[in-house]
Structures are given as C-alpha cells and as structure tokens.
Design a protein around this ligand. Structure first.
Ligand code: VGL
Ligand code: ZN
Length: 201
C-alpha cells in the first residue's frame, strides 16, 4: 500500500473512449484490468468523468460546416472539434462496465459548462476555472499523484501538467494509458509532460 499522501487518479475510462464508443481510443478498454489491480495499492482513488451537455461547444455538430477533428478558435484559444461524446446521462458517458468504481473515494465530472471544454481534471480549457479537485486533494494531505486512463495526449496530459504546475509530484503510468494521437499530439504531449517534470513510467 502506498502511503496516505499518494492518490491514484483514473482519467475518463468511459464507454465513449473505448472501442465501439463515439470517440474511441484504440485499445482504450485494454487498460481496465491493470487499473483495477493498481487501485488496491492506493489509499485514495479518484475517478474523472467527461460529462458534457448535449449542445457542448466542443462538438463539431454545434459548428455548421465543421467536421469532427477539425480545429476552431474559442474565446480561450484553439479547440479541437470532437464528435458528440460523453453526453450527460448516456451510456457513452458511463464508466466502462469492468472498471471498479466501488473503490472510488471521489468522482469528479468535467466539461459540464457548454461554453468551455475541460481536458484537465484541475482547470477548464480557459486554464483559470478550477474544478475543485486541487482543494479536495490538499485538504486530504495528498502530495503525490499517479495518473492512468484516457486519453494520454489529451485529458491525461493536461491533468498531469496542471498537477505538476500546482506542485504535486506526478507520475503517468504509460502502460495504463492509451492515446488518440491526432496530428502528432502524442509526441507533443510526451515532450510537454517531461518539460513539466512529470515522471513517465
Ligand atoms: C477527452 C477529447 C475530448 C479525453 C475528452 O478524455 O482525453 N478527449 N474530451
Ligand atoms: Zn470531452
């Protein structure tokens, strides 16, 4: 068992990010058994859940003439336009059926504001609106984070970089993550993670 200052953060292991889902990450489901096993070694387990309203502005369907995976400009900067995914209350937004959610201390939902996407578990994509996760971790005395989940190059990446900037010691278990890899996003993410001082293991 890791000591009480160490939490496992499981990012977005949801049906829509698994094979057959709306924004399927190749092999996204393959990491589930390893994540369940790893939970046993952690005194604190937090799950994140991408949780969008049906008219979310990150959906290409909300931008006439735009197709999924194209870019747009939002007031807060460039934004990838995604297929509709993880709509609140749908089966696609549910956790993978085999993920051990019983073990979770906290489930934090993100991407609920229709005007702002939220890749990171700590801040929305405007990089200023907090989700509240930092306060939860600090009040529990947690200083070290191990991150796993989907997708390596988007939500895991942004969560890990933000956590490192906030002063947590962060490890990303690459064997328990899978990537979307859009236009070199995985290589860029790995470089950014190293630069931020995240340990890639
Ligand atoms: C994610 C794209 C859009 C993720 C969430 O979990 O990595 N990616 N929403
Ligand atoms: Zn999303």
């Amino acid at each position: 068992m890791r000591d009480a200052t160490h939490a496992l953060i499981v990012i977005d292991v949801q049906n829509d990010f698994c094979p057959g889902g709306a924004l399927a990450v190749p092999e996204g489901d393959r990491i589930v058994p390893g994540i369940n096993a790893l939970m046993e070694a952690f005194p604190a387990v937090i799950l994140t859940q991408d949780w969008h309203p049906a008219d979310h502005s990150s959906f290409a369907s909300q931008h006439p003439g735009k197709a999924p995976m194209e870019m747009t400009e939002m007031p807060y900067g460039p934004q990838v336009l995604w297929p509709d995914h993880c709509v609140q209350g749908t089966n696609g937004a549910a956790f993978h059926a085999d993920l051990n959610t019983t073990r979770a201390d906290l489930i934090i939902r993100k991407g609920t504001n229709p005007a702002i996407d939220s890749y990171s578990a700590f801040f929305e994509n405007d990089q200023t609106t907090p989700t509240g996760l930092e306060g939860y971790l600090r009040t529990r005395g947690i200083e070290q984070l191990t991150m796993v989940g989907l997708a390596t190059d988007f939500c895991v990446n942004f969560s890990a970089v933000d956590a490192a900037k906030l002063g947590f010691a962060v490890e990303v278990r690459q064997d328990l993550c899978r990537a979307i890899d859009l236009n070199g996003s995985l290589a860029a993410a790995n470089a950014g993670l190293k630069e931020a001082g995240v340990r890639l293991t």
